[in-house]
Structures are given as structure tokens and as C-alpha cells.
Design a protein around this ligand. Structure first.
Ligand code: PGA
Length: 296
């Protein structure tokens, strides 16, 4: 039985896969502060077993890698190295949940982007609302993002409004501000120059939808993603993820939205079968798109 993940060579070609006219789906699991070695090993082994099974994720008929589903997991720092070993040749990407802005030095308790790259990471989540709520500022996030890019990590920049901000009608303004102040790069309308070669992923995560079981509605997601597409236009096609109570039962309808390039999954990523069903949903959405394109 063939391994049905995307091509293993894509593992070290994240920039190429995400760059250009991105046509795939990125499914990222954020384990947060969960995972001890025994359970984590079982989870990774179950994921690898799923990927080697008969649930194809590679989207047929696309240029190799570009139109596929890429699955990534972001365990806590302590598990990065063992997870890399447990993954073996399975082409899931490995990501971290934060990094320090400096490359090294007297920063007790911190982990640099260089260390993450050294540990085999392709991705790094930055600016998660759980970190912003703990006091992380957008300017600190911008510095971390620059560090990630210096070390060839693909940053997943998280932005999102609180319930109070949404109820006050401030959602788009809050997102625009977070985006502009967390990115160390010129954005559309800011008088900046051209696109950057460095791939950056942006995840829209409404704070009120995280861990609550209450996902944003499809209309809310569509409105925000359309807005973010415009806001990031100067950077080329920035893959846009949605995060906040994504599960197997709602993943397909969310990823079928035109400007949703994937999902960032918290709680549901701790269950191998549930997480894999989300990846399969991504594949199904892509397959559906190619069918309708062919029919058009
Ligand atoms: P959730 O978390 O899927 O558990 O809502 C998402 C996230 O925080 O990235």
C-alpha cells in the first residue's frame, strides 16, 4: 500500500509548496500544553498509520505537491525531537507553538527559531491569542515572526477578535490592526513595496471560538477571510487558515469556503481519528473543486 501523504520531498520544500498560486489545503494541529511521551507516541503512530492507509490525501491531477493536503502537528517543545523520530519518513510537517525573537543568548527558559529549525520544524505558530492574553504584544510578535523567517520557518500568524470586539462591530478593524502591527512586512495599502518571497500563513482565530465548541458561522468566516485576502494582497497569495472549534463534522464546510486555505485545529488534533478525518475532509473539498472545474 502506498503512502498517501503528499510527497516526502515537500517536507523540506515548504516555501515552494506554500508559495506561488497556492491551491492546496494546510491542516495544522496545535497540541498546546498537552502531551506526555506515552500518549503522544500513540497519537503520532496512529496518525502515521492513517497516512499509510487507504485514505488518499494527494489530490490527483495537480502538479506534485502544490494542490495537495499538507498535514502538520505542533507539539510542545519537549516533544519535538521524539515526535520527529516517531514520524520517521511520514511527510507530516512539524511545527512549534512559539519562538523567541533572538537567535540565542541569555534568555532563560526560551527557545529560538534556530533551535526549532535544528529540531526539524518547518512551521511556527506565533501570536496565538492564548499568548496575547498572557501579555504578548503585536510588536513582540513581529520580532518573533522576523526571527522565524530568518531561520526558514514558516510562521503561522494568529489573529482574532474577542467577543466584546465582535459585538461592538470592531472585528475587521481589530484584525487589520493586529495584522499590520504583527507583520514585519509592508502590507497592502501601507505604502509598502512588493511581495516577499517568504511564505507566511495567517490564521483567523476568533478568541470566542477557541476551545468553546462554538465555531464561527460560515458567513462570519467568509467575510473575514475575504477581508484578509484583500489586506494581504501585497504579499501574494497568503494561505489563510481558520481556527476555533474545528472538528471533523464542520471541517469540510469551512474549507469549502473560497478563501479558506486550511484549518488550525486545537482540541480535535489530540484525537488521531478525528484529526485525520479533518485532513480527509480537506482532500474531499479539493477533489470536489477539481470535479466542478472539470465540469465547467
Ligand atoms: P480549538 O483551538 O480547536 O480547540 O478551538 C484552536 C486553536 O487554539 O488553535
Amino acid at each position: 500500500m502506498t503512502n498517501s501523504f503528499t510527497n516526502a520531498s515537500a517536507k523540506d520544500a515548504g516555501a515552494a509548496w506554500l508559495g506561488g498560486e497556492f491551491a492546496g489545503k494546510l491542516v495544522v494541529g496545535n497540541w498546546k500544553m498537552n502531551g506526555l511521551a506515552t500518549d503522544a507516541k500513540a497519537l503520532v503512530q496512529a496518525l502515521v498509520a492513517q497516512g499509510a492507509g487507504d485514505k488518499p490525501l494527494a489530490h490527483q491531477g495537480q502538479a506534485q505537491g502544490q494542490g495537495d493536503v499538507q498535514v502538520a502537528i505542533c507539539p510542545p517543545f519537549t516533544l519535538l525531537n521524539p515526535v520527529r523520530e516517531w514520524l520517521g519518513a511520514a511527510p507530516l510537517w512539524l511545527g512549534a507553538q512559539d519562538c523567541h525573537a533572538q537567535d540565542g543568548g541569555a534568555f532563560t527558559g526560551n527557545i529560538s527559531a534556530a533551535m526549532l529549525r535544528d529540531a526539524g520544524c518547518q512551521l511556527c505558530i506565533l501570536g496565538h491569542s492564548e499568548r496575547r492574553q498572557a501579555g504578548e504584544s503585536s510588536s513582540q510578535i513581529a520580532e518573533k515572526l522576523a526571527a522565524a523567517l530568518r531561520h526558514q520557518l514558516i510562521p503561522i500568524l494568529c489573529i482574532g477578535e474577542t467577543l466584546a470586539e465582535r459585538q461592538a462591530g470592531q472585528t475587521l478593524a481589530v484584525l487589520a490592526e493586529q495584522l499590520a502591527s504583527s507583520l514585519p512586512l509592508p502590507l497592502a495599502g501601507s505604502g509598502g513595496s512588493s511581495a516577499t518571497a517568504a511564505p507566511i500563513v495567517v490564521a483567523y482565530e476568533p478568541v470566542w471560538a477557541i476551545g468553546t465548541g462554538l465555531s464561527a458561522t460560515l458567513d462570519q468566516i467568509a467575510e473575514v477571510h475575504q477581508f484578509l485576502r484583500q489586506q494581504t494582497a501585497a504579499l501574494g497569495h497568503v494561505p489563510l487558515l481558520y481556527g476555533g472549534s474545528v472538528k471533523a463534522s464542520n471541517a469540510a464546510e469551512i474549507m469549502a469556503l473560497g478563501d479558506v486555505d486550511g484549518v488550525l485545529v486545537g482540541g480535535a488534533s489530540l484525537n488521531a481519528e478525528e484529526f485525520w478525518q479533518i485532513a480527509v475532509a480537506a482532500s474531499t473539498v479539493l477533489a470536489g473543486r477539481s470535479v466542478s472545474t472539470a465540469a465547467a
